[in-house]
Design a protein around this ligand. Structure first.
Ligand code: SF4
Ligand code: MG
Length: 320
């Protein structure tokens, strides 16, 4: 299958200002030389602790943030530096579902208008047609017709996220970046929203970048999974390969933390000591070395490259 998205050596750095004159005192390397691709129709799960750069990577791909370096190729076009009209055109095909359905919907706007807005902005469809399309979208995401005339505060978290999904779908995008779309929701409604996303993917031929902070949520959703740590991609593989044989010590620790429903397959949980270091001042060598139970001498000196060690299974670790 063809690639829909290709990210090559992407870097997104933020300047950090300090002191009385608010001079730039350093750079947060939020995304530091990350490469991956997403094929048409697949879901790539992107996992890591908060602050690892996964949301920043997503926002950079959407071009809500300016990349510092590297390339973003979307649907065969280099969109790394596009702006103005070209960027506006590309935004039709690239949409986002946000983490917080409470903050991402305008409380003053009727739900129908929230969903209609992108269509209204990009087309000059007559009012009746617009309304019919919104009614259609409401049905697709499992909301009743009268939701059109209500306001976000009248809905539960799960229903609000359905509104957010309808809005993201309105322009029939090719890629949806879902940034922790269920982590603000009750556990009881999480799987309903995940199943909805899966159904819509099938129906609308969507490709997903699905961002999450733990490996249990992405398991159900993803074809392939990438694991990020401190701005770096440390492992990327087919889902089955990643869960059956995680290679990076960090991935191994994340997987050992997933509760197993069967007490007989209880594996020893790997507890990581220490906190994630600051991305303003990342460790030398392997970014994981201060917390890695397997660290060797060279780990604090040389940074391991992400390389393929098994078919379509890449890892950045000196053990391999
Ligand atoms: Fe651990 Fe060294 Fe591998 Fe980094 S390179 S994950 S410190 S063994
Ligand atoms: Mg985030």
């Amino acid at each position: 299958k063809e690639n829909l998205l290709e990210i090559r050596n992407l870097k997104t750095y933020y300047p950090v200002k300090g002191g009385f004159f608010k001079r730039t005192v350093g750079n947060v390397k939020a995304v530091d030389d990350v490469s991956f691709e997403i094929k048409k129709g697949e879901t790539l799960g992107l996992v890591g602790e908060s602050g690892c750069g996964k949301s920043t990577a997503g926002r950079t791909i959407l071009r809500l943030l300016k990349p510092t370096d590297g390339k973003i190729i979307f649907d065969g076009k280099d969109i790394t530096n596009v702006s103005g009209k070209t960027l506006r055109e590309i935004r039709k095909d690239l949409q986002m579902v946000f983490q917080d359905p409470y903050a991402s919907l305008n409380p003053m706007q009727m739900v129908g208008d929230i969903i209609a807005e992108p269509i209204y902005n990009y087309t000059n469809k007559p009012k009746e047609e617009l309304k019919k399309e919104v009614m259609d979208l409401l049905e697709k995401v499992g909301l009743p017709e009268d939701a059109y005339y209500k306001y976000a505060h009248e809905f539960s978290g799960g229903q609000r996220q359905r509104v957010g999904i309808a809005r993201a779908l309105a322009l029939r995008p090719k890629l949806i970046i879902a940034d922790e779309p269920v982590s603000a929701l009750d556990v009881s409604v999480q799987s309903q929203v995940l199943n909805l996303l899966k159904d819509l993917q099938e129906e609308f031929d969507l490709t997903f970048l699905f961002i999450a902070h733990d490996l249990s949520v992405v398991k159900h959703m993803s074809d392939r999974i990438g694991v990020m740590y401190l701005g770096n991609m440390v492992e990327i593989a087919d889902k089955d390969s990643l869960y059956a044989e995680p290679l990076h010590p960090y991935t191994q620790a994340l997987i050992s933390a997933i509760p197993s429903p069967d007490p007989r397959n209880k594996k020893e949980r790997i507890i990581l000591t220490g906190d994630v270091p600051s991305p303003l001042n990342p460790p030398s060598g392997c970014p994981f070395h201060p917390r890695c139970p397997m660290a060797m001498e060279q780990c604090s000196v040389t940074k391991p490259e992400l390389k393929e060690v098994k078919p379509s299974h890449r890892v950045a670790c000196h053990l391999y």
